[in-house]
Ligand binder design. Structure first.
Ligand code: MN
Length: 191
């Protein structure tokens, strides 16, 4: 199959000031697009042609894994945000966050800390296991918790391309501002 890049569910400038229109433009139209284009090229003749993207991520290696996972991660990342979503978790997810991390504030701090302490490029994740337990994990480059049997709920991209135009080397500031645009209704649907 040919994997298509979904349209963003908001305008380029909709996430300002947390993420500038210029960064969304480069990140979505150049970086995300390149991963999907590479995926479509590399999957030819790989034996994985008819698989759902999640299955490719679970089974592929090397460049195919890297581009498949980066395609998935970026689509997931951009769909987590909205200019007018709900800014706090509610219901079962709010309860699970409190039970696991102490409070929503403690969770946000632990999540940003995990992103800041990741050396080099990668992603920080909130995921659940099959029993509904929550985990914060960090992974380098194209890592994705799907390969560990976890279900991703939320991710922040900590590659420099995600924030350098707006924040230069200030990764902690860049990640902290993302709480202003996370749509917890979307995150809860994944829980
Ligand atoms: Mn990225």
């Amino acid at each position: 199959m040919t994997y298509t890049q979904p349209n963003l569910p908001y305008e380029m400038d909709a996430l300002e000031p947390a993420i500038s229109a210029r960064t969304v433009d480069f990140h979505y139209n150049k970086h995300e697009k390149a991963y999907i284009d590479n995926l479509n090229r590399l999957i030819q003749g790989s034996g994985f042609e008819d698989m759902e993207l999640e299955e490719v991520i679970k089974h592929a290696n090397g460049a195919l894994f890297n581009n498949a996972s980066q395609a998935w991660n970026h689509i997931f990342y951009f769909f987590t945000f909205s200019p007018d979503g709900r800014r706090e978790p509610s219901g079962r997810l709010a309860d699970a966050i409190r039970e696991t991390f102490g409070s929503f504030e403690d969770f946000k701090k632990a999540f940003v800390d995990a992103g800041v302490s990741l050396f080099g490029s990668g992603w920080v994740w909130l995921s659940r296991d099959n029993e509904g337990r929550l985990f914060i994990t960090q992974g380098p480059n194209a890592a994705n918790p799907i390969t560990d049997g976890l279900t991703p709920l939320l991710t922040f991209d900590v590659w420099e391309h995600a924030y350098y135009l707006d924040y230069q080397n200030r990764r902690a500031d860049a990640l902290s501002k993302l709480w202003d645009i996370v749509d917890w209704e979307v995150v809860e649907e994944r829980f």
